[in-house]
Design a protein around this ligand. Structure first.
Ligand code: ZN
Ligand code: ZN
Ligand code: ZN
Ligand code: ZN
Ligand code: ZN
Ligand code: ZN
Length: 268
């Protein structure tokens, strides 16, 4: 406990100046202080009677709010400062408000860890929160993209630019484990087994009605607006010539070569 003065305007003066811990040092012992009023300059001294009335009617607010509960801190009350929190005026707490944001454990007499919560990482304007040692470590551990829980097991999967529990890297439709699958289809950051992809997701060829495997090495597909063909099925309806990479005339689910289309058009 070291003496500090917190003035009405929120400025802090300290008899001993302590250098801030380096930012990569995660822990910080909370600093216990007392909210104090700085003596006002003589010329601004308000009417003493009025001042007395004010004191009786309500506690004197310091102009600083508790970062934990957002209630104003009152002059004369014991407060706790977490030196690593920025900005300065947002680093004060009621002693009872210095708790782990995860489990609610009181941290006043413990090492107090400061970090952006994993849910808020990358969110603009996200503020650092307080953590107990255990939950700070948890907050730093990789998370499973399927269940959002931290991964403690040594066995984990790194796929689709993220981490997964070994057992949770599975098809999101049928739940088949894909850890050892030779191939899978990524969809919206989730894996899909080839069977489910073919059955539920893959485009169907308008010529033969079968699913089109558009994955790498799957043969590819030819699309005209919302209609799709196997490349081998993309042929003139009349003369059966392959139209892959050639000029063609699409008519509904059919395609014609230019020659055949002239005949079809004449008949009509
Ligand atoms: Zn509070
Ligand atoms: Zn905790
Ligand atoms: Zn999981
Ligand atoms: Zn599946
Ligand atoms: Zn086909
Ligand atoms: Zn033709």
């Amino acid at each position: 406990m070291r003496p500090h003065r917190v003035s009405d305007s929120g400025s802090v003066s300290s008899r001993s100046s302590r250098s801030r811990p380096a930012l990569n040092n995660p822990d910080d012992m909370p600093d216990i202080k007392t909210m104090k009023r700085r003596r006002r300059p003589q010329q601004q001294q308000p009417d003493p009677h009025e001042e007395e009335l004010k004191k009786k009617s309500r506690p004197q607010e310091s102009g600083i709010i508790c970062r934990g509960c957002s209630l104003p801190l009152v002059i004369g009350e014991v407060v706790v400062q977490i030196g690593r929190l920025e900005p300065e005026e947002r680093s004060y707490f009621h002693p009872m408000c210095v708790i782990c944001s995860q489990c609610g454990e009181l941290l006043v007499d413990l090492r107090c860890f400061v970090d952006i919560g994993w849910e808020e990482r990358g969110t603009p304007g996200a503020e650092e929160r307080l953590f107990c040692g255990r939950h700070w470590a948890d907050n730093r551990r990789p998370r499973c993209a399927a269940c959002d829980e931290t991964i403690h097991q040594p066995k984990q999967v790194y796929e689709l630019n993220t981490t997964w529990h070994f057992r949770h890297f599975a098809c999101y439709i049928c739940d088949a484990n894909l850890t050892d699958a030779s191939t899978y289809v990524p969809r919206d950051g989730k894996p899909l087994c080839m069977d489910c992809y073919t059955q539920h997701i893959a485009d169907k060829c308008v010529a033969c009605g079968r699913a089109i495997d558009a994955s790498r090495g799957g043969g590819g597909k030819i699309s005209i607006q919302d209609k799709h063909w196997h490349p081998k099925c993309f042929a003139c309806k009349m003369c059966k010539t392959s139209l892959k990479g050639k000029p063609c005339v699409p008519k509904g689910t059919r395609v014609y070569c230019k020659k055949c289309y002239k005949k079809v058009a004449k008949v009509k």
